[in-house]
Design a protein around this ligand. Structure first.
Ligand code: FMN
Length: 247
């Protein structure tokens, strides 16, 4: 592999195109944000980088709260819509038929259709130029109970989450490992299997059909329709005479 060097850019993917909800349950707004991530475990902390011109920017700066809602394939139209339309002009919850639900700690609403909603309280705001980074503590997590199994384990792989890669939205593929699998002895067999995955691209061969049968009639059904006078019931068993060519 050889690489080419480009000028500096933000080419770090995949990212979750999260739906950031803010405001109140009565007067809510949503914006899509891909510039987001976890920055600390204890206490759990995250950030969202927002351009000052966004309608949400002013709301979050004033309230000091927002909610990060994880996106799913079912929510994808809303994910994109909330990233191209401003709450200055429209109510995106109403337009996308989403429900604004009460949170447990913050006054900002959560999107009830999202399987995971992180309630966040802003701790710091850093300006870097184009975006302001809202550093926040995650103060509560709301999870769809349908994703929690009988042992209390969260099965997030069942949520059908989506990823954002270089202007495109993607569903997640198959699971190809787990945390620490590279040094796990019991996972050796699975690892070997994974290493043996070969992606073959085969050329698709279409069957060659004969144009005419033994009696000289067209072999394909649609051709028969064209060939016979009465094309309403071409296979009824009645004898038909071929269309005579006009000279
Ligand atoms: C996939 C996607 C990711 C986006 N990520 C960000 C982001 O990280 N920060 C940001 O300021 N705008 C981002 N945007 C643009 C805003 O979501 C968009 O300007 C939105 O209309 C702002 O809504 P508002 O004016 O109601 O706050 C993104 C848009 C899309 C479609």
């Amino acid at each position: 592999m050889s690489k080419i060097t480009w000028k500096a850019g933000t080419l770090e993917y995949p990212l979750p195109p999260v739906m950031v909800s803010c405001g109140t349950v009565e007067n809510p707004n949503i914006m899509t944000a891909a510039w987001t991530g976890i920055i600390n475990s204890e206490p759990p902390m995250t950030y969202v980088s927002i351009r000052p011109e966004r309608y949400s920017h002013g709301i979050i700066k004033e309230s000091g709260e927002f909610v990060i809602n994880l996106p799913t394939t079912a929510l994808l139209t809303a994910v994109d819509f909330c990233g191209v339309k401003s709450g200055k002009e429209i109510n995106k919850f109403k337009e996308m038929k989403l429900r604004a639900g009460k949170c447990s700690v913050v006054a900002a609403p959560q999107i009830l259709e999202s399987p995971v909603s992180l309630e966040c309280r802003v701790k710091e705001i850093h300006s870097y130029g184009s975006h302001d980074m809202f550093v926040a503590e995650i103060v509560a997590v709301n999870v769809d109970d349908g994703l929690v199994d009988e042992n209390g384990k969260l099965c997030l792989e069942k949520a059908d989450l989506v990823a954002y890669v270089h202007n495109g939205y993607f569903t997640l593929g198959r699971k190809v490992g787990f945390f620490g699998f590279s040094i796990c002895k019991s996972a050796l067999i699975a690892r070997k299997k994974m290493q043996n995955v070969v992606v073959e691209v085969k050329e698709r061969k279409l069957p060659q059909k004969k144009a005419f049968d033994k009696k000289g009639k067209p072999a394909r059904r649609d051709d028969r329709k064209r060939f016979f006078k009465d094309d309403r019931k071409p296979f009824s068993g009645r004898k038909r005479s071929p269309i005579k060519k006009k000279s």
